[in-house]
Write a new protein. Structure first.
Ligand SMILES: C[C@](O)(CO)[C@H](O)COP(=O)(O)OP(=O)(O)OC[C@H]1O[C@@H](n2ccc(N)nc2=O)[C@H](O)[C@@H]1O
Ligand SMILES: Nc1ncnc2c1ncn2[C@@H]1O[C@H](COP(=O)(O)OP(=O)(O)OP(=O)(O)O)[C@@H](O)[C@H]1O
Length: 285
């Protein structure tokens, strides 16, 4: 048996940190949505408990350290199933970019193996298993748009943003999520995003109010480490993006625009200035 799963990237329309927890994680409040930039995960059933993994990208581990491998292994352990899987990752999402690429691969592997091995687990059960792999995995199990709280695993689905184009620009370097959170001083945050106003904007299907309420408390932290992120933000604004924000812990910056022609203009303007640039649609609209 063989199956193929799409593993889309996410962006954070808002990201707020409320407190640092005794376990070292932060309690967050975020609005996340999926965009049409995706890895593809091909999965082939093996009649014994082995797992093999191959990726088209040399930038991700090709062994048991890969989050997709970890996902398949964890699913075997949780269910006691005596079957294995051959995993092939066609990597399109930039790595260590703040776009949850690895988390989405893990989530797609959980969904795909659940089908391949006829496990009959619900999405809720898969999300619970996924939370052991990473904070973004539960969101990636469901996709679409959600409010995420706690470590990121407490999810409430919400209407997706109005239809628009998303320009994604990633600087050359990647960012370690742990390093960025490690430098965040929650009691020194000066501007918190207005999560409630973003939720209202989505419920009202108001593009203007989505733009007006974009915010991410990790952005100044990452800019402090990599000032290039700020330069990309400025360039996107100059080239005509309606709203611009860093996604997750960065360093990818996204810009929202209504028209494809404007998105293409921004992509052309940024090409040569940063490593990877894409113009994609929002998903789930
Ligand atoms: C920044 C976001 O992408 C926003 O969606 C996520 O919060 C990060 O999710 P992720 O990459 O799945 O992160 P994890 O692998 O769970 O955690 C990596 C590291 O980030 C920090 N971390 C992560 C999530 C969280 N709520 N608080 C944290 O402080 C911790 O130091 C942790 O060791
Ligand atoms: N399948 C995978 N795809 C991408 N990275 C992976 C994968 N498996 C393991 N990794 C490792 O995980 C690290 C983070 O990669 P990833 O692309 O998921 O970061 P990210 O987009 O910043 O994630 P997030 O937005 O969830 O913080 C990288 O250092 C990479 O080597």
């Amino acid at each position: 048996m063989y199956t193929s799963e799409k593993a889309p990237a996410k962006i954070n329309l808002t990201l707020d940190a409320l407190r640092k927890r005794p376990d070292g994680y932060h309690d967050l409040e975020m609005v996340m949505t999926t965009v049409d930039l995706a890895d593809r995960i091909d999965l082939m059933d093996l009649p014994y408990s082995g797992i093999t993994l191959e990726s088209t990208s040399g930038l991700v581990p090709q062994d048991e350290r890969n989050l997709a491998y970890l996902a398949a292994k964890l699913l075997q352990q949780k269910t006691g199933i005596d079957r294995g899987v051959k995993i092939k990752i066609y990597k399109h999402i930039p790595v260590a970019a703040g776009l949850a690429g690895g988390s989405s691969d893990a989530a797609a592997t959980l969904r795909g193996c659940n089908r391949l091995w006829n496990l009959g687990l619900s999405l809720e059960e898969l999300a619970e298993i996924g939370a052991e792999i990473g904070s973004d995995v539960p969101f990636c199990i469901y996709g679409d748009t959600a409010i995420a709280e706690g470590r990121g695993e407490i999810l409430t689905p919400i209407l997706s943003p109005p239809s628009c184009w998303v320009v994604l620009a990633k600087p050359t370097h990647g960012v370690s999520t742990g390093d960025v959170f490690g430098k965040l001083q929650v009691d020194r945050i000066t501007t918190h995003p207005n999560t409630g106003a973003m939720i209202d904007a989505l419920q009202a299907n108001s593009y203007e109010n989505v733009i007006a309420n974009l915010g991410n408390v990790l952005e100044p932290v990452t800019i402090g480490l990599y000032p290039e992120v700020y330069k990309i933000k400025q360039k996107m604004e100059q080239f005509g993006a309606d709203g611009v924000l860093m996604s997750g812990s960065g360093p990818t910056v996204f810009g929202l625009v209504r028209k494809e022609s404007r998105a293409k203009r921004i992509v052309n303007g940024l090409r040569g200035f940063c490593d990877q640039v894409f113009a994609v649609r929002m998903l789930g609209v």
